[in-house]
Design a protein around this ligand. Sequence first.
Ligand SMILES: Cc1cc2nc3c(=O)[nH]c(=O)nc-3n(C[C@H](O)[C@H](O)[C@H](O)COP(=O)(O)OP(=O)(O)OC[C@H]3O[C@@H](n4cnc5c(N)ncnc54)[C@H](O)[C@@H]3O)c2cc1C
Length: 506
Amino acid sequence: MVEYNKVTDEVVKKLVAICGEKYVTDSEPLRYSYMARGIMGLEAVLPEVVIRPANTEEVRKILMVANDNLSPVTPAAGGLSGGFALPAIEPGGILMDMTRMNKMEVDTENRVMIVEPGVRCGDAWRIFKKKWPEWAPPIPDGAPPGATILGDAIERGFSLVTGRYGPQADMIMGLEIVLPSGEMFRTGSWALDGAKAFYRWGVGPNPDGLFLGSQGSMGIITKAAVKIVPHPHFKTIVAYGGDSWEHIIEPAWAIGKYEMGISDNTVMVQGGNWPLVMTRWPKSNVPLDYKFYEKIGIDEYWMNSEVWAHSQEELDFTLKRIDEIYKDYEVKKKTVCKQQQLHPKQIASRLKKPNLIAVPYGLYEAGFLFITWYCPWLESSKMMEEYCAAMENYGFPPTMWVASIDHARQAIVMPILCFDSSKPGIYDKIREFNIETTKSFLKQGWINYRPDPFVHAPLTFSKSKDYYRMLVKFRKVLDPNLILHPGRLAIPWASVTDSPSPLEGE
Ligand SMILES: Cc1cc2nc3c(=O)[nH]c(=O)nc-3n(C[C@H](O)[C@H](O)[C@H](O)COP(=O)(O)OP(=O)(O)OC[C@H]3O[C@@H](n4cnc5c(N)ncnc54)[C@H](O)[C@@H]3O)c2cc1C
């Protein structure tokens, strides 16, 4: 069992000597402001101290102090990835708030931006709109403006161009990393003194994947080079409905296969079911029956395609081909996939970035939680059917969202659990729901992408023991005392579960 130490006054003094008094606090109300269990942070505990470094050198010194004292360190950027990735969990320790490090450089010639961890999506979008309107930073499509570009890449999230370019981690061209030993290095071509971050895989085997998806447990990233993408201005949203998950998933797959063609223009393809609309309002103020939503023209299921094109002609061609593919599908499957009549205001609000569309789920019953899974695109209908049935069984509205990753190669499936966070026993209920669905989904070969340390991570690694063994070895090279975000990715194992460890007997 790994033993951690409390953050003593002595340690706080050392931290103050690094960043200055103004940027280190153990004030209880301020520490509480870093955890919110109702919104996404089910297992959050209070950090013992919060520190806000200004630069890489300060990060390095903080890590060395923490390593000497065996104090856990949780890095936080925008703090919006929620319960499954961010908050400090037992044993608390030092929360490193990275938001003061917010420099951004843009190189349109090499189509890359260099961001520090505190560069917020809303700011990047606003600045690009003004200074580089022909280019777009890959910001998460629906996250609040305070979420960061780097936080989303570390999470391997879905950006506004994920349908075309893949998960946000695929946009990385290089990372600058600091380890608890105080060592620093860069990945990709950036590792060569003076070189630009123009080639992700040089100068040798590239270890950046160890940090993307690590939930801050492998090293602290102090800079990232991220691809920027063209931002053509002929844009719209089209939506088609259906009477089942299959009838929205299959035609989107038929479109997705037109890579190097119209599917490159459908930058974001996302869909859902009618409760996705209902739960964006306070529960006591909305009809809870589909009939109402049917009357106002909302299909039971639908899929949106956000289309970006370089000319009106290209946009019209793409829309025409999308429509033809749906019509062919209707004939083949003897079904109806009605084109949805979107109000110009609906189109405008979807095209607006960051679009804030996911923020109101807190209104329904105060608490909400996104749980996210990846599966092969065509298997997502089955997953969503099973998920919705389980949600109803557990008394949650079956609010479900799905999006295409990389031309409908994979689906990101996301139930949104809306719950009353003041209800006794609600967190246990969510946990049971999570255990039941996770066990079933893992059996079917599907993967959770933002693993909860107490449920998803141990259950997943129990079924991928060889991988877990290697992961722990890599982790010990980078962070021998396991001070970084302990518990995340089920390392150390015993801190999150009583189940038999994949390392048992070693
Ligand atoms: C309403 C809402 C809508 C959302 N919509 C989307 C969406 O459309 N697309 C999407 O992808 N996500 C979405 N999210 C999830 C989340 O907002 C994004 O993934 C977000 O970009 C995470 O960034 P952050 O700055 O909040 O990261 P944080 O939560 O601060 O951090 C993310 C993870 O990285 C670690 N970390 C942070 N900084 C560092 C560092 N410098 N070095 C090492 N590790 C670090 C943290 O410990 C944590 O594990 C949404 C969330 C909410 C609440």
